[in-house]
Write a protein that binds this ligand. Structure first.
Ligand code: URP
Ligand code: ZN
Ligand code: ZN
Length: 477
């Protein structure tokens, strides 16, 4: 009888702190031994000295999230998780969004129904709090945190989602009392509305004006305000999808003043610029409309620097899947809608890991260990899934990626999402996941998707472990 269900031989294992040569022994979906010359496995894979990293933990993605009609999410948990797996991601944390007037519990129950039986990789949920009623603040949120929904997103923009400063303070206070992680979408709503009105009055409605309505200042002001509100409440926050220099400067300022400000960025701020929204009034740029918008080359460099020097805690995809031509998408029935009616968001759940390994690690901008920290270890720690997720360690889930370093040209045809385009069409990459293993099962072998709908499990999250002091506080110590 074999000693292991699976042995990966001759791996160059990479964690957030180390690189070491070993075999990886897997039993019952967990790593049970690391060492050289391990006994036999029922299945064996020869990594042949290639890099093996933890499976990606994508802690910002939107799957089957209900939208205001006519907009629809192109990916559900089946297609979204399949796409994630084929791109080397083995855990996702999408959002159970509360709509105004809805209870948080209803939003969570609805979201479980959407995910149940569909995901091929493990998943947890963040909450989106859009209606912080006294019942939500005093009863629902504390109860849901205790049940494993330990993070929530707060919007400072979007009319149907945004909270005012007083409401943000109330929600942050709940995060403080219960040790939860508050994620903040930092853009100034009134500035965007005012700029949008002026652009519309001038007849400037093409996709490229989306970036004009959301300049760096809009993000800078909201980031500063979010940091100030968190300072007042004395609670850590995580600013999501940071796009450029001015928000980065605010985060550095907060850190320099001893505040616990964590930060997330996304590949679109490394690989796209505002020019991808159009250099003329062409509608093609709608494909790259997301918020905050992509900036310019100089801002891309600021984001790369922040990844390398520790400013950023995590890199997520912010996969927000809308078709360009298809149903509920960005070009509905072939109509060119004004920029402020184009659904915000771009697909990227499958491309996040390869873009960062290829251009970050192989491009010499970040170390392999930093790649693991940003794509897996810190995301797992930020949302209470570490060390089960996000590392290669005995006792952890056998969620692994074996990397193939090979030249390829990225096309939408090779991706597994249900979106009809990728913003990275035609980009040359130097690597792609050769094998993805989720809890010991091969779900992607480099050419074929081998996962099964429903094989992924719901994971209740613990409290963030980036924040040991907060855990003690929540426990009353
Ligand atoms: O444009 C974006 N980022 N869409 C997704 C929703 C969000 O705010 O993250
Ligand atoms: Zn957002
Ligand atoms: Zn998002």
């Amino acid at each position: 009888m074999a000693d292991f269900d699976l042995v990966i031989r001759n791996a160059q294992a990479v964690t957030a702190s180390d690189i070491f040569h070993c075999d990886i022994g897997v039993r019952d979906g967990r790593v049970v031994q690391l060492g050289l010359g391990l006994g036999a496995g029922t299945h064996e894979i020869d990594a042949a000295g290639r890099a093996v990293t933890p499976g990606g933990v994508d802690t910002h993605c939107h799957l089957d999230q209900p939208q205001a009609p006519p907009v629809v999410s192109a990916d559900d948990f089946l297609t979204g998780s399949r796409s994630a797996a084929c791109g080397g991601t083995t855990t996702v944390i999408p959002f159970a969004a509360q709509h105004k007037g809805q209870s948080l519990r209803e939003a969570v129950d609805d979201y479980h129904r959407r995910a149940n039986g569909k995901s091929c990789i493990d998943y947890a949920f963040h909450l989106i709090v859009s209606d912080p009623t006294p019942t939500v603040l005093k009863e629902e949120l504390p109860a849901l945190i205790a049940e494993g929904y330990t993070s929530f997103k707060i919007y400072m923009t979007y009319d149907d989602m945004k909270l005012d400063d007083r409401q943000i303070l109330e929600v942050l206070d709940v995060a403080r009392s219960h040790g939860a992680m508050a994620m903040i979408h930092a853009e100034n709503s009134d500035c965007i509305a005012w700029l949008t009105g002026r652009l519309q009055a001038a007849g400037k409605t093409a996709p490229r004006y989306h970036a004009h309505a959301r300049p760096l200042l809009v993000e800078r002001e909201a980031t500063h305000r979010a940091i100030a509100l968190s300072e007042l409440v004395d609670v850590p926050i995580l600013i999501v999808h940071v796009s450029g220099r001015e928000a980065v400067e605010q985060i550095r300022w907060g850190r320099a003043h001893g505040l616990q400000v964590f930060a997330e960025t996304c590949p679109q701020y490394l690989f796209l610029t505002a020019e991808d929204l159009g250099i003329d009034d062409s509608y093609e740029g709608a494909k790259c409309v997301c918020s905050p918008p992509p900036r310019d080359k100089a801002n891309q460099q600021v984001i790369w620097d922040g990844l390398a020097d520790g400013l950023f805690t995590v890199i997520s995809s912010d996969h927000a899947p809308y078709n360009f031509e298809g149903e509920g998408g960005k070009h509905p029935a072939g109509e060119e809608v004004p920029f402020n009616h184009i659904p915000n968001g771009i697909p990227g759940i499958e491309t996040r890991m390869a873009l960062l390994w290829s251009e970050g690690v192989l491009g010499g901008r970040i170390t392999p260990q930093k790649f693991v920290e940003l794509t897996a270890t810190n995301p797992a720690k930020a949302y209470g899934l570490h060390p089960r997720k996000g590392t290669i360690a005995v006792g952890g889930d056998a969620d692994l990626v074996i990397w193939d370093e090979r030249e390829l040209v990225l096309t939408n045809g090779m991706l597994h999402h249900a979106v009809d385009y990728t913003p990275y069409e035609g980009m040359r990459l130097a690597a792609w996941p050769g094998t993805t293993i989720a809890r010991g099962q091969v779900v992607w072998d480099g050419t074929r998707y081998l996962g099964q709908a429903g094989q992924g499990r719901f994971l209740p999250c613990g409290l963030p472990t980036l924040l040991p002091a907060r855990r003690e506080m929540a426990a009353g110590r």
